[in-house]
Design a protein around this ligand. Sequence first.
Ligand code: G4P
Length: 288
Amino acid sequence: MTIQWFPGHMTRAKRQIQEKLKLIDIAIELLDARVPLSSRNPMVEEILSGKPRLIVLNKSDLADPRTTEQWMAYFANEGHECVSVDSSTGTRVGDIPVKAKQILHEKIARQIAKGMNPRAVRGLIVGIPNVGKSTLINRLAGRNIALTGDRPGVTKGQQWIKVGGDMELLDTPGILWPKFEDELVGYRLAMTGAIREQILNVDDIAFFAVRELVDRYWPTLQERYELETPPTDSADSDEIVRVMEDIGRRRGCLISGGRVDLEKTSGIILRDLRAGKLGRITLEAPPY
Ligand code: G4P
C-alpha cells in the first residue's frame, strides 16, 4: 500500500488515532527493526502522549541481531519497554501480551485492590504503512482477520480481537505517516520496500542501497556477488556505480555493446536485499 501523505491526511490520521486511544490501555508502536529511526513517525511522542506504550521491532528476522540488541538497550534507556519479533513466522510475538501486562501492572493491581475483576488489557497497534501491522494482528489473533478500513466514528464498527486470554486489540491499526524531511529516510524506507518504486526511481534506490552496503556490509556484498576490489571511497558516486556494474556483469545483466543494464541490476539488488538474501542487515544504528 502506498499512501500519499498530504497535510490533510496527516491531520485526519492523527485524529483517528487519538480517538482510538480513548478506547485502549496501551499503544503498541511497531517499527521496522532494519530502520528503527526512518520507520518512526516524527510526531509519535506528541500523538501518543501520556499513553503507556510498548515498542515492537518487527521484521527482526531480516535485521542484524546485534544491532537489534543495541536498539532494545537504547529504547530501554529512553524509558520504553521494547521487544523484537518476527510477525511472518510468529517468533516472539507472544512476548507482546506478556510485556503489555507488565507495563500495566500497577493499573491492574489497583483494580484488584478495589475488588474489581480486571478486564482484558486493550491495545492498539500503530505504525507506518508496510511495517507489518496487519501481519502482526493476524499472528496475535492466530487467524486471518478481514481488516476493515478506517471509517468515521471509530467507536462504531470496530471489533476487539482476543489475543490470548487477557489481551484484546482493536481490529483496525493506527496508520501513521513516515518522516519525509530527510531524503535518506525516503531511500531507506524504499530499500526495505516500505515505499513502492513508483515514487522513487529504482536505480536511485539501488544506488543508495549499494552505498550503504559498501559502508556497513562490504564482506556480505562481496561474497554474494563475488566482487573483487572494495571501492576506495564510498562517497565517490562513480565508485558506487562501478560496484553496481560489477554486480550486473556477475548476474549477466548486459545490453548491446556489452554495457551493463543498470535498471535490471538494480532490481536484482533490491529483491535480494528485501528478501534477506544479503543476510540480516540493519541500516541504522542507535544514536548512542
Ligand atoms: P501493514 O499492515 O503495516 O501495512 O503491513 P503488512 O502487515 O501488510 O506487511 C507488509 C509486508 O511485510 C508484507 O509483505 C508482510 O508479509 C511483511 N512482513 C510483516 N511482518 C514481517 C516480519 O516480521 N518479517 C518479514 N520477513 N516480513 C514481514 P508483502 O511482500 O507486502 O506481502 P506478502 O508477500 O506477505 O503477501
